[in-house]
Design a protein around this ligand. Structure first.
Ligand code: PMP
Length: 428
């Protein structure tokens, strides 16, 4: 029995499913989750001392590789002063100033401790600001696990939303409307009917939780327009895309200004940090300035701020995002060429340091329905073939992959070489 197998068995006694977040359990791909003990640069090391080239990057934060030395140093230095005071510190202002400089649509920002908290708070703020209850989101986008967001579409486009988890009250879910990603007509029709009741649209400007789906031309522009026409708040959930697809996030890349932005992952450099912010006029409604309540004992924690601030400062170095994009495209184009050579139906998507892998005959994959038509079983086989070869991909056909700037040509080529033999097996 490997150490991962025995650790996983032991974990299940007191941890539900043996994991602290469901996707880690390998449910979608089968098999035993790998237990890791160390990360360095593009590599993870498991409990059996096997080395993997990592394309999960802690689900996003490790844009500059694991154990990025400046971040580790900054946390070590902060550690000497204590772990947290629950009172203001100067570094929180430095962090806020830098975030607002890098993402100019954010005129004010509030720190929280996870992406879930960021989106939950932004939605409460949008509701409090507009005095409206309904919110619009898109099928296949994930915004964390707060009650209003764990909701699926009812049977028609504008029917009441239904909880997609037990424990979410139907009376709350009915305020969430779920539309089709990249479907402009669907958005316009919904807003023509009920736009004046909509507090906000929340959207992943690049969807990274149904594999990786780019916004269709005109889609984000349409969201901006309908929000302007109906007095609704446009929230870009940039927990995944923030500081990744460009230094200023997807909003910089696509040149669309949301009213509010939510951030997570990279902003904490690997420690638990999230943030939400945006127009001053809206943010002034948050307590203690305004009446919309939001708070956090651990918010702005000095270790987390030291990690995040150092990470964001490092990302300002010119050329980082260009290098990331080039590396990601090298990988995805190489994979596509290899699949083609072996006659495996396969396509990819890529933007900045994010990518998607799709086992499908479809030439483009642009909606949740398209993603659902992909061959998840084939993905599982590919995943395990790659894992055996020491390549750690996201253990789910519905998650984006992440390349870091610590990945060099050597790791990318080793990945392509491994894929060559896995595609050959899939074809055979
Ligand atoms: N929004 C998006 C776009 C995400 O990808 C995630 C997490 N994958 C979240 C929100 C929730 O963040 P957290 O897991 O930190 O609560």
């Amino acid at each position: 029995m490997s150490r991962s197998e025995s650790l996983f068995k032991a974990a299940q006694t007191h941890i539900p499913g043996g994991v602290n977040s469901p996707v880690r359990a390998f449910k979608g791909v089968g098999g035993t989750p790998v237990f890791f003990k160390r990360g360095e640069g593009p590599f993870l090391y498991d409990e059996d001392d096997r080395r993997y080239i990592d394309y999960v990057g802690s689900w996003g934060p490790m844009l500059l590789g694991h154990s990025f030395p400046p971040v580790i140093e900054a946390v070590r230095a902060a550690l000497d002063n204590g772990l947290g005071f629950g009172a203001p510190t100067g570094i929180e202002t430095e962090m806020a100033d830098l975030v607002c400089e890098l993402v100019p649509s954010m005129e004010m920002v509030r720190m929280v401790s996870s992406g879930t908290e960021a989106t939950m708070s932004a939605i409460r703020l949008a509701r409090g600001y507009t005095g409206r209850d309904k919110i619009v989101k898109f099928e296949g986008c994930y915004h964390g696990h707060s009650d209003s967001l764990l909701v699926k579409a009812g049977s028609g486009a504008l029917t009441l939303g239904e909880p997609n988890s037990p424990g979410v009250p139907a009376s709350l879910a009915e305020h969430t409307i779920t539309l089709t990603y990249n479907d402009i007509d669907n958005v316009r029709q919904a807003f023509a009917e009920i736009g004046d009741q909509v507090a906000c649209i929340i959207v992943e400007p690049v969807a990274g939780n149904m594999n990786c789906i780019l916004p269709a031309p005109g889609f984000l522009e349409c969201l901006r327009e309908v929000c302007d026409e109906h007095g609704s708040v446009l929230i870009f959930d940039e927990v995944m895309t923030g500081f990744r697809v460009a230094l200023g996030g997807a909003q910089e890349y696509f040149n669309i200004k949301p009213d509010l932005t939510t951030l997570g992952k990279i902003i904490g450099g690997g420690l638990p940090v999230g943030a939400f912010g945006g127009k001053r006029e809206i943010m002034q409604h948050i307590a203690p300035l305004g009446p919309v309540y939001q708070a956090g004992t651990l918010s702005g924690n000095p270790l987390a701020m030291a990690a995040g601030l150092t990470m964001l400062q490092a990302l300002r170095e010119p050329g980082i995002h260009e290098q990331l994009s080039a590396k990601t495209e090298y990988l995805t184009q190489g994979l596509e060429a290899m699949a083609k050579r072996h006659g495996v139906a396969f396509t990819t998507s890529a933007i900045g340091g994010m990518f998607g892998l799709f086992f499908t005959e479809q030439e483009t994959v642009s909606s949740f329905a398209d993603v659902m038509r992909c061959d998840a079983k084939r993905f599982g086989e590919f995943f395990h073939g790659m894992l055996d070869a020491g390549i750690y991909l996201a253990p789910s056909a519905f998650e984006a992959g992440f390349v870091s700037n610590a990945h060099t040509e050597a790791e990318l080529d080793a990945t392509l070489e491994a894929a060559d033999s896995v595609f050959a097996k899939l074809a055979g």
